[in-house]
Design a protein around this ligand. Sequence first.
Ligand code: NDP
Length: 439
Amino acid sequence: QHSSPAQAEFYQAVEEVLESLTPILEHNPKYRQQAIIERMVEPERQIMFRVPWVDDQGNIQVNKGYRVEFNSALGPYKGGIRFHPSVNASIIKFLGFEQIFKNALTGLPIGGAKGGANFDPKGKSDGEIMRFCQSFMNELYRHIGPTTDVPAGDIGVGAREIGYMFGQYKKLANSFDGVFTGKSLLWGGSLARKEATGYGCVYFAQYMLADRQQQLAGKRCLVSGSGNVAIYTIEKLQQLGATAVTCSDSSGTLYHASGINLDTLKQIKEAQPQRLTAYLKFHPDAEYISTADYPADGHAVWRFKAELAFPCATQNELTVADARALVENGCLAVSEGANMPSTQEAVEVFLKSGIAYGPGKAANAGGVATSQLEMAQNASMQRWSFEEVDAKLQVIMRNIYLRARDTAAEFGQPGNLVLGANIAGFKRVAEAMIEQGVV
Ligand code: NDP
């Protein structure tokens, strides 16, 4: 059903899920009788809205805002907000759809949603970011709430943006409540939330490797992206004795054979956001490959020799040629920090090659799982220590891995964590939908 090219990413995500559901649908006619698939692919509610704001020159700018509340069978809608010029209805729908299964797979009581705007935060002043966030919230506040819909960050939305959006929500709703996760530690945020997606994605790799009698320590790793997920993936890899030799942004890839220096990376990406080329000033022995010099069929970051790969930038950033290069270079495992970073053809290469492949909806679920821990702390007015949250994160990641692994084996495809994650997530949501009737 590719009749609507405008929704290419959404169809790609749906197709991947539906393909892997065939075995469970065949065994359970009730899912067809209950029109579960037809109901699941249609969001419960989609909000599209105008986001007008005034730039520093006094000009009125207008962006498109979105929130797709996809499925609330398991709990309040939950999913991040993305600010990036590429955002459109298809991208938000694909992310919201994936989020349903990811959240179900965590075993926690959260539904699936996603939101965003085609706004480019790059080069904007602090005042412009604040006015944009306030305008975005002027519409969104009426649709969200601590037991209705709890957004979080994503690409282009970090602590600063969440602060401005939360401030405006509080003013409009006249209520200080846990309506966002990823909040500042000063006013309700959870320790270890910032680190959770990256750390979780490394824990996931660790569990996949352990089942293959391998360990992380001493491994060379390729990481893409240089935002929240990439930085904390690199941090955890270092803590566990592995070496990340790459990172990237939308302009190019950095390769540092002796290992990416985390302090420098945090300095140029977190403290004073700059392009990755700034890294070379501190480490002239590193190498930079601009996107103009990428291979025509893929991305430079995946062409270096390494044993592990962690795509942590964005969707479709790893092509079939990239996947072949990884496998040929002896890659043992791929653990996805980003959402749908590998194209469908690339996923097929991984599955056929027999290397360990952890799809994003399983491997990057540590972020949303820790968001749910933030909600639990807010609702009970408690504050847990970093170690406590991190320990819970590790248990959750282990359980996600085991659920995906054991479900894949149960349905006759051992090792296929795509199938395992999709079926395990689907089953929880489908059963809850049936119990709640046709609503
Ligand atoms: P950030 O905005 O912090 O970082 C995104 C990184 O990816 C940046 O380095 C950015 O480079 C790069 N990037 C973004 N778009 C593109 C593009 N089109 N081409 C090349 N590089 C690009 O976002 P996050 O780290 O939070 O998110 C990264 C991925 O992880 C996304 O897929 C997100 O959905 C997913 N994810 C995030 C979670 C979280 O907790 N934050 C949870 C689960 C999944 P540049 O700065 O040049 O744009």
